[in-house]
Design a protein around this ligand. Structure first.
Ligand code: 13P
Length: 250
């Protein structure tokens, strides 16, 4: 049995003071967990998060990175700028980046490749909209996101990737996929990875569920055969809620 990887995506929330409060409260609450615990915080909280979590079982991630090492890319962050300060993970291709900031499968691939080259572990997000699901296109969309978004990713690189299946209709809506819906979609995603990388690599791959996951529904979701963890938005902003999710799977 794999352990689970539980990651909080704080999105654009928590200033430095709030971040310190949340992390300080969280550290003892998850200290006994065997699961991997990650917090993906805003850029301005990264240094503080790395410092505060040193020597604890909490790992720190960013929420995006660029594919170039430096240059005239206003507003972007290079992967090595993240590793230099002790960041280990990075969220890539979140649906909010795809929807609001023009992220495509091609840019997701570039960012993932660069993150891996710098030694970061990318958490690559995929997922269908409600319209795509209702029109029977869910599998096509997920297949395209995997095939295009992982085009140049080698099997060795895949070892260091986490995939997050986040149906767009479940993000921030309070509507969670049922345990079966989430598990079935993740099983399908895994089968697409298996076509390219083989069964062994696909079953070793960590695929999280994300979308309105909370302290009440986490246990059921995390007990499903193919769900290897969670990527949590809203509930990761409250230490007791996030720790309850982490601790819901022993
Ligand atoms: P919510 O948990 O707030 O639905 O957000 C999920 C998400 O987008 C995590 O990346």
């Amino acid at each position: 049995m794999k352990n689970k990887i539980i990651a909080g995506n704080w999105k654009m929330n928590k200033n430095r003071v709030e971040a310190e409060q949340l992390i300080t409260e969280l550290i003892p609450l998850v200290a006994d967990s065997k699961n991997t615990v990650i917090i993906c915080v805003p850029y301005t909280d990264l240094c503080k998060a790395v410092k505060l979590t040193k020597g604890t079982n909490i790992h720190v991630g960013a929420q995006n990175c660029h594919w170039k090492e430096s240059g005239a890319y206003t507003g972007e962050i290079a992967p090595s700028m993240l590793t230099e300060i002790g960041v280990e993970y990075v969220v890539i291709g979140h649906s909010e980046r795809r929807t609001y900031f023009g992220e495509t499968d091609a840019t997701v691939l570039l960012r993932t490749k660069a993150a891996l080259a710098a030694g970061l572990k990318p958490i690559v997000c995929i997922g269908e909209t409600l319209e795509e699901r209702n029109s029977g296109n869910m599998e096509n969309v997920l297949r395209r996101q995997v095939v295009e978004g992982f085009k140049d990713i080698t099997e060795a690189e895949l070892n260091n990737v986490i995939v997050a299946y986040e149906p767009v209709w479940a993000i921030g809506t309070g509507v969670t996929a049922t345990d079966e819906q989430a598990n079935d979609a993740i099983k399908f995603v895994r089968s697409v990875f298996a076509e390219k990388y083989g069964k062994k690599a696909a079953s070793a791959l960590y695929i999280q569920y994300g979308g309105s996951m909370n302290d009440a529904n986490a246990k059921g979701l995390l007990a499903m055969s193919d769900i290897d963890g969670g990527l949590i938005g809203g509930a990761s902003l409250v230490a007791t809620k996030f720790s309850a999710i982490v601790n819901s799977h022993k």
